[in-house]
Design a protein around this ligand. Structure first.
Ligand code: ADP
Ligand code: MG
Length: 343
């Protein structure tokens, strides 16, 4: 059944464009934890945690969509709801038109899932890992073998099919995880923090494969990340903070929200920060000014033209001044008032 295809009055089938993922007013609250007697005696607080707050989001087909947010922002909770492992408190989530709660079987057919923690058996070969996984999906015989060969070929590991996983590098293991997720030929690939723990070369390699899946096979890739360089490569990016989706756009458009450049000012001494801060606020009353890790950041158009002016007015209090293009870190700071690295 394809819910996006409806029958028109003359009984011909018409296609209604649906999103790969359509989330409306999603909320998830973890109930308060059960406490040990000792914790109860110590009156440890038992508040429930709202991990996702009223989140709405649409993901188009055949794009790489990233959810960027620091630890604790609710990414894995969202990921688990999408992969049907967690029932949301309220709201609706549709994957290829199917509802995650009432049509979870259909949803799972559409999804390939790569979890953050490894799910391969090190003592089996790459091929054996795929075969066992396929059997869980009800595949068998020559069909399963062919699909396993195709999936390993997709991630360029066919020549290592019969090698044991414990002889693979971190990046190769992640590629086998992707092959495993692609085995039942899903339309959407979900990845929770795919680059975490990988070296730069392995990251580049994984990304080459994700781009290839999108371009050659029209796969929609939805991934979570707390890494700026990974977020930069996505077609669309949703920024999450404390359970809220605070912005959705292309990485370039998000950076253009910052008016021009970012001037970074390192004070000579920690005790000159507040006088620098008030002097800059007076010089540029309508420009966003923030303090991160003891450095002042001023968002301003034509940054280089202001550097000399700031230097001559406040040079005695400044150790270093630099100007740069805004990064996604600046965007996150601008939107939330926090650093991306903050948990
Ligand atoms: P992220 O993946 O962005 O780090 P999570 O979705 O894991 O965020 O966590 C969001 C919030 O929900 C955090 O405050 C976290 O402590 C809390 N949380 C996550 N899993 C559970 C759980 N099983 N029980 C209670 N609270 C949880
Ligand atoms: Mg997580």
């Amino acid at each position: 059944m394809n819910p996006s295809s409806l029958m028109s009055q003359d009984n011909s089938s018409v296609n209604v464009k649906s999103f790969a993922v359509d989330i409306q007013n999603l909320k998830h609250v973890y109930p308060s934890r059960r406490l040990s007697r000792k914790a109860k005696q110590q009156q440890v607080p038992t508040d429930s945690i709202t991990a996702v707050k009223n989140l709405s989001l649409q993901v188009q087909e055949a794009q790489i969509f990233g959810i960027l947010g620091p630890n604790g922002s609710g990414k894995s909770t969202l990921f688990q709801i999408l992969s049907t492992l967690l029932t949301p408190t309220s709201g609706s989530v549709r994957v290829c038109g199917f509802d995650v709660q009432t049509q979870s079987q259909h949803v799972r057919q559409q999804l390939g899932v790569v979890f953050q923690s490894p799910s391969l058996d090190d003592k089996l070969t790459a091929m054996e890992n795929l075969i066992y996984h396929g059997q869980l999906y009800g595949l068998s015989g020559n069909d399963l073998k062919k699909q396993a060969v195709d999936a390993l070929a997709t991630v360029n590991l066919i020549d290592r099919a019969n090698d044991f996983i414990d002889s693979f590098s971190g990046g190769m293991k992640r590629r086998v995880e992707i092959a495993k997720a692609m085995l039942h030929q899903p339309r959407i690939l979900l990845l929770d923090e795919p680059s975490t723990g990988l070296d730069p070369a392995a990251r580049r390699d994984i990304w080459q494969h994700l781009c290839m899946l999108r371009e050659d096979m029209g796969i929609t890739v939805l991934l979570t990340t707390h890494l700026m360089d990974e977020a930069e490569k996505c077609d669309q990016l949703g920024i999450m903070h404390l359970g809220d989706l605070v912005a959705v756009d292309t990485p370039d458009h998000l950076k253009q929200q910052i008016g021009g450049d970012v001037i970074q000012i390192d004070p000579h001494h920690a005790n000159s920060i507040s006088s620098l801060q008030s002097a800059l606020a007076q010089m540029y009353p309508d420009k966003p000014l923030s303090l991160i890790d003891g450095k002042l950041l001023l968002e301003i158009e034509n940054g280089p033209t202001h550097v000399a002016q700031i230097g001559s007015a406040l040079g005695d209090q400044i150790k270093r001044i630099s100007v740069g293009q805004p990064t996604l870190e600046d965007v996150f700071m601008h939107l939330t008032g926090h650093r991306l690295g903050d948990a």
